[in-house]
Design a protein. Sequence first.
Length: 363
Amino acid sequence: MINVTKSFLPPIENYTKLLEGIWNRAHLTNNGPLLMELEEKLKDYFAAKHFIFLNNGTSAIQIAIKGLGITGEVITTPFSYVATTSSLVWENCEPVFADIDSNSLTIDPKLIEPLITAKTTAILATHVYGIPCDVEGIEKIAKKHKLKVIYDAAHAFGVNYNGKPLVNYGDASTLSFHATKLFHTTEGGGLVANDETIAHRFGYMRNFGHKGQEDFWGVGINAKNSEFHAAMGLCVFPYISEIIEKRKELSELYDRLLINTGIKISRPVVPKGTDYNYAYYPVIFENEAALLTVRDSLNAQYVYPRRYFYPSLSTLNYVKKYEVPVSDEISRKVLCLPLYHGLELDQVKRICQVITQVLRFKS
Ligand SMILES: *Cc1c(COP(=O)(O)O)cnc(C)c1O
């Protein structure tokens, strides 16, 4: 059986070695030494001033919204994982959907400005599949209208754009280190911020607002993470370049076997200046019928690609409706093929054989 993804697991001895330390110290959570070490490593990796490790990527978005004082209307992408939209609604903000660019599949800055009203306070955009948003375009609009910018960078670990880590753009970037993500800590997430005051607020918000034992900076929640999760992160971290390299090799094999081979499949476009992380392998079919036929044929061979991201978030039953034809269409036609560290080149070949056979027979 081949799933769309499979978690990377480091050698178990590396993990148990760290567990022995946890047992010796009996310091299981609340800023233990492993957590501090991981935060420091990731801060350097992101070339950021501040990095705050959290329990997951969804609380990262929620804390970013609250910590940046975002209220009212937030212009966001309809093409992302549901957490991008649900976090806004959970924090009493109203998602206003701007459609995506049909090449990069990220929010189209040209469509943001017409949606700005007196109630708009922020833009929440996703670097979907690790493809950078038009960060320059978004920054220009945000500056002009004094809007905050949050990037949902759950897919963007390891992506560089114009020579710097992509997570450095915007007022804050949120990360997910869920088991299915390129870099993971089993469950986990984090916030990148370069402003001292904002980072401080994020830091106390994750820990009930505590200022020492008997005083409080302000309102907070519990979004801390544990030594056990930090230990997993420390064990996975040394393998990051190997993980990205392997995904690149597999992605390039998919490209060779599927793209420009006469079948009707296309790929999103990664903008120039990007060192990509190969977080996913999305393909866009001619129509939904082709996607469903291919999916069924793959399922019959025990291969399970996933419809990331379907349906378009503008169709959720708790949001206002907006016209987002590109997102609607792409979400019906896009399928993520299996891509993970342990996947073998021969398995990619088999998957591509099934796809090309089905599509050639159809046309
Ligand atoms: C995974 C993901 C999240 C949520 O992260 P969790 O760690 O699972 O809470 C948010 N946004 C996007 C785009 C994601 O892919």
